[in-house]
Write a protein that binds this ligand. Structure first.
Ligand code: ZN
Length: 324
């Protein structure tokens, strides 16, 4: 299919363009900017993102004060949740990777700001520091939110036009998220194989799932559950976002080919796979000024796309000359 723009778009979707690098003349493929929808900046060195093909990131748990200080015009473009909202003693309090600047305990379902431990207080604090999403922890086995407190957090977040993304882990937590109208799951559910009916309910509710399959690569039960759940979710029309949970264990800064390959194996392929990478969520507007450039020949087939993406880099838009 080398050099055929129609075959290229059949494989990668309407946004893929054959192009050349203006400076070197080397040919390749341009795509919109690629986004990792689940990372933790405070745990990694962000200098490798552009060379590794990632132009935008979503921090799902960090110090809101530090995040608010970061310059807005940097690559990768950043969207963030600020601190993770959790019940008293809930996840991730006490974890070594989670200093107390990155979580807030919510102990009161109050919808009025200014109350210590109140739902509105915690949401408003993140919003004030520039959060684009609100993150909650729903972790069975530790302290868990009651439906009223979680409902209050979601209500205030939605009043502020902020989607709510949940860390969901363990029995009953997906039910809690669904009943509270949580918008996004930070991870494909991995602690159990869900029934098709329950997955269907998630699709029906318009939930979006951030993939994060590769963090389970050394846990056969978790990777098996997550792959099965994501396969069912995607096949039923569920909206999937590429995300790695970068900062959790040993993961590459930049595009994670293992994550993309695992999504491909879950049936998210071709243009559907590219869509999970170029989705601007939680922003409405695509990142301007930069593009993804993958030098060399386009992928020969669907199965080659994950490995082909390993060579993706972020380049200024004007450095690319379109061939078609
Ligand atoms: Zn995370």
């Amino acid at each position: 299919m080398n050099g055929d723009p129609f075959a290229l778009r059949a494989l990668l979707g309407p946004s893929a363009v054959l192009c050349r690098a203006a400076l070197t003349g080397s040919h390749g493929v341009a795509l919109p900017p690629l986004i990792d929808h689940h990372i933790h900046l405070h745990l990694i060195d962000e200098s490798g993102f552009a060379a590794g093909g990632i132009a935008g990131v979503v921090d799902l748990g960090g110090d809101p004060v530090a995040l608010a200080r970061r310059p807005l015009d940097h690559i990768p473009r950043l969207a963030y949740a600020g601190a993770i909202l959790t019940p008293r003693g809930g996840y991730p309090t006490g974890r070594t990777w989670a200093p107390d600047t990155i979580w807030r305990e919510v102990t009161d379902s109050s919808l009025h700001p200014g109350i210590a431990g109140g739902a509105a207080t915690a949401v408003q604090e993140q919003a004030t520091f520039g959060a684009a999403v609100i993150k909650v922890a729903l972790h069975a086995g530790t302290a868990a939110f009651d439906a009223m407190t979680l409902g209050a957090i979601v209500e205030v977040a939605h009043e502020n036009s902020l989607p709510v993304v949940a860390h969901v882990q363990g029995e009953g937590m997906l039910r809690l998220a669904l009943d509270a109208q949580v918008d996004v799951l930070a991870h494909t559910p991995f602690s159990e194989a869900l029934t098709p009916d329950l997955v269907g309910e998630c699709v029906e509710a318009g939930q979006q799932w951030i993939s994060t399959l590769d963090i389970h690569r050394d846990d056969p039960a978790a990777i098996s559950h997550a792959t099965q759940n994501l396969t069912t979710f995607a096949a039923a029309g569920g909206h999937v976002l590429y995300g790695t949970d970068l900062g959790n264990g040993d993961l590459p800064v930049g595009i994670n080919v293992r994550e993309v390959a695992a999504m491909n194996a879950a049936g998210i392929q071709g243009s559907a796979l590219i869509d999970t990478l170029i989705d601007a969520w939680p922003y409405n507007d695509a990142l301007a000024g930069v593009a993804t450039f993958v030098p060399g020949d386009p992928p020969a087939s669907i199965e080659h796309i994950p490995r082909w993406l390993a060579n993706a880099t972020v380049v200024p838009h004007e450095e690319l000359v379109h061939d078609d």
